[in-house]
Ligand binder design. Structure first.
Ligand SMILES: [Zn+2]
Ligand SMILES: [Zn+2]
Length: 281
């Protein structure tokens, strides 16, 4: 089982590995930089060497290590300036991943801001095709499914499929399946049976073999709410039964699992790790 959390790099890139290991993680997700800005400080040689060394000697599988794109870029943006800026940041981030030896970069697909789904799809395809062309081939872009909030791109499986299969070369791309997002987009995951049939639907449109990462989150919102609010495992509207099914699916295909659950007085990261491991059996 490859499982871990999104871990903060506030104490340093290499320290994030120690913090993850202390929680029992065998997979890891980080932002390689401050996720709230457009600019990033270049990676120092020392940071790169220390991160790689620490990762190598840790219990975390390097191939289960992922970086998440910062929040601001919008790859469906219909406006030229934000689109160009977003594309540049995608290229920069993929280059940072390559330097750090991180094989996967997760990205949200963004919002077409009212110009229509087709325009959004075309723009996303343009962004990722260009990014693949201009970045080292040892980094794979993972497209994450969306909650279906107004004007957002990539919440319906058919839409993800129509984006995904236009991308070239296809081996530079995969899918990050977020359980909270799928549920908020209207796909039922509450029981073993409904989770199975949702996975089947995904298989029919995109193909389960393209899922390279699971984001395992419960949902504060109801099914189909189109709102992106993560909840502790089992305390949200998906619940333990369906989440357990997702975990078992991931383990059967050796897909890494990352949780992006809250930290509050009800539970911390270690608490969610414990629940996830229990639900695997
Ligand atoms: Zn996610
Ligand atoms: Zn989310």
């Amino acid at each position: 089982m490859k499982i871990g959390m999104h871990v903060s790099i506030a104490e340093g890139l290499d320290k994030s590995i120690d913090n993850a290991v202390n929680m029992g993680c065998t997979a890891l997700q980080i932002f390689t930089r401050n996720p709230r800005g457009w600019t990033s400080k270049p990676l120092l040689k020392n940071d790169i060497v220390n991160f790689k060394k620490r990762l190598e000697s840790s219990k975390i599988d390097r191939l289960a290590t992922v970086a998440h794109m910062p929040y601001l870029p919008n790859f469906s943006s219909p406006e030229a300036v934000p689109f160009t800026r977003s594309l540049k940041s995608l290229i920069d981030e993929a280059k940072r991943c390559s330097k750090l030896g991180i094989p996967y970069l997760v990205a949200h697909l963004g919002s077409h801001k009212g110009l229509g789904d087709q325009k959004g799809i075309d723009t996303v395809v343009k962004a990722f095709t260009k990014a693949a062309k201009e970045t080292p081939s040892d980094v794979i872009f993972l497209l994450e499914n969306n909650v279906g909030f107004k004007h957002s791109v990539g919440s319906k499986f058919e839409e993800i499929a129509s984006i995904f299969f236009q991308l070239k070369p296809l081996d530079r791309f995969g899918i990050c399946f977020d359980s909270c997002h799928a549920f908020a987009a209207g796909y039922d995951l509450r029981t073993e049976k409904t989770a199975f049939s949702t996975l089947e639907k995904f298989d029919e449109s995109v193909g389960l073999k393209h899922i390279k990462l699971i984001h395992l989150n419960d949902s504060k919102g109801e099914i189909g709410c189109n709102i992106d609010r993560h909840e502790h495992l089992g305390l949200g509207h998906i619940g333990k039964e369906g989440l357990g099914k997702i975990i078992k699916f991931a383990n059967s295909k050796k897909i890494p699992i990352i949780m992006e659950t809250p930290i509050d007085d009800r539970r911390d990261d270690a608490g969610n790790m414990k629940i996830a491991k229990e639900l695997a059996h």
